[in-house]
Design a protein around this ligand. Structure first.
Ligand code: N7H
Length: 456
């Protein structure tokens, strides 16, 4: 069994709170910082065991992760065996599909040394916890940036800003997740455990940590909604509103409730969406409906476009080798940030306030996880490969079409398979509605790993 007393809480369980503050800092005085880390900060760090029961959950959960520059500044110069982590996210901006000019200056470079993730029920609690951390650390750290995340209000709780339920499909954790629901495939996402792709390269203290990819992803919500309105699909049989809803659902691969379009292609189904034994119980293989078994017609996009967001990032059954698919799993622990859309923004179909997703993903290899997903699947208009349509398009939700390696600079994208009445039709998406404001790669150590860092 996993040593859940030694693993930070956000990795396997998530922070489970409606408010989360990300506090990005730089270390000014390594010796003082490490002394305070050992004496006062490590005791504040929330473990997996603590969040498993409501009785032991702290008022405010505290997690802590370091960038590569941060570890070096603290005198920890072991190779962790992950080249993307060492390079930092900014140096990879264009290769993961970003336009660096949209990056928040705080992330542009390798200045950030670490991040505290604080989670609680109220912003007041977060601010109180932050104040106490800052008084412990004093001038040994400087704040470089912070981002306040919050669940959306009322019925939108759990939904991201475009309106879709998030957090439905999460891989199970081997030996930890119970019960494992149908459609969940267990894996381990921790360094030094089974399934670590670079096991022999890891220093001992890295065991039971994981790489944390942070991204501030701005969402242009009124612009996205206008696009859905103007491109409503299946206009022969659906009302304009139904056609817009169907287009949005096919872009994501799930309806706003979370029901997969593959299982419920014509209408939303909130009961299906809420049933954990059914809402992930599918692959994209349609073996029965085959005119010509054994060929690429094995797969069609009547129920779900080849390029739908959730199919791009988790092509259930689309690859010939299932092990390949699992290699690229990530654990997501994101939260929305920014206020609700105002009536003035809706009326003008123009975002004037920054809102989006504070994206957090954990994995044992950034190259197999986040970077691979961005490069090889999300921003590759040929993926999934070998379909009747050779260019399913970039990911309609987050694909930008930017790829420095292939000289691709973004701009309008063709997204295909959106209209079930005419799957071959390409719709032009004039701009991306998810704009990266940048981020960083971090390592979230185990508690004993934090002890090691404090003693370095
Ligand atoms: Fe995605 N969205 O609202 O459209 N995502 N995502 N994502 N995402 C998922 O299954 C969204 C982003 C994954 O196992 C759902 O929990 C938005 C990045 C993966 O079937 C919805 C943004 C990356 C899954 C969204 C965004 C991923 C997934 C369905 C940015 C990786 C699980 C709910 C603003 C690099 C797929 C659910 C599976 C699901 C949305 C970003 C990956 C609704 C708005 C950057 C692996």
């Amino acid at each position: 069994p996993l040593d859940t007393d030694n693993i930070q809480s956000d990795i396997l369980v998530g922070q489970q709170k409606n408010k989360e503050l990300f506090f990005f800092f730089k270390v000014n005085d390594a010796a003082t910082f490490k002394a305070k880390l050992a004496s006062d900060i490590i005791p504040l760090i929330t473990t997996t065991t603590e969040v498993l029961s409501e009785d032991t959950q702290p008022v405010t959960a505290v997690n802590l992760a370091f960038s590569n520059t941060g570890l070096v500044a603290l005198g920890v110069d072991d190779e962790l065996g992950d080249p993307d982590f060492v390079a930092g996210q900014f140096s990879e901006a264009t290769s993961v599909g970003d336009d660096p000019s949209t990056w928040n200056p705080a992330f542009a470079g390798t200045n950030i040394h670490g991040v505290f993730l604080l989670a609680s029920d109220t912003v007041d609690n977060l601010n109180a916890e932050l104040a106490s951390i800052q008084s412990i650390l004093g001038s040994s750290v400087t704040e470089l940036y912070s981002l306040q995340g919050a669940a959306r209000p009322g019925d939108e709780e759990g939904h991201e800003h475009f309106g879709f339920m998030d957090g439905i499909s999460q891989p199970a954790i081997t030996g930890f997740t119970t019960p494992v629901h149908p459609g969940q495939i267990p894996r381990l996402f921790l360094l030094g455990e089974d399934g670590d792709p670079n096991l022999s390269a890891r220093p001992g203290w890295a065991k039971d940590g994981a790489f944390l990819v942070f991204r501030q992803l701005q969402q242009l919500v009124p612009e996205f909604n206008q696009f859905l309105q103007e491109n409503a699909v299946d206009q022969d049989t659906l009302t304009p509103e139904q056609g817009s809803d169907l287009l949005g659902a096919r872009m994501v691969g799930r309806w706003k409730s979370g029901a997969p379009v593959f299982l419920s292609p014509t209408h939303d189904d909130p009961v299906l969406a809420a049933d954990p034994d059914r809402n992930n119980d599918f692959t994209y293989l349609i073996a029965d409906a085959l005119p010509d078994p054994g060929t690429e017609n094995h797969f069609n996009q009547t129920n779900c476009p080849f390029g739908a967001h959730i199919r791009k990032v988790h092509p259930r059954g689309d690859l010939s080798d299932g092990a390949d698919e699992q290699l690229h799993f990530i654990i997501r622990s994101s939260i929305p940030y920014g206020p609700e859309v105002t009536s003035a923004e809706t009326a003008s179909a123009t975002s004037t306030i920054d809102r989006g997703l504070a994206f957090v993903a954990y994995q044992a290899s950034i190259g197999n996880g986040f970077v691979f997903l961005q490069n090889v699947w999300i921003n590759n208009n040929g993926f999934p490969f070998g379909k009747v349509d050779p260019t399913p398009g970039v990911d309609p939700i987050i694909g930008t079409g930017i790829d420095a390696l292939f000289g691709l600079t973004g701009g309008p994208q063709n997204i295909s398979g959106m209209d079930p009445a005419n799957p071959a039709l390409d719709i032009v998406r004039p701009e991306t509605y998810v704009v990266s404001r940048g981020g960083e790669y971090f390592f979230s150590p185990s508690l004993s790993g934090l002890d090691h860092i404090a003693a370095a």
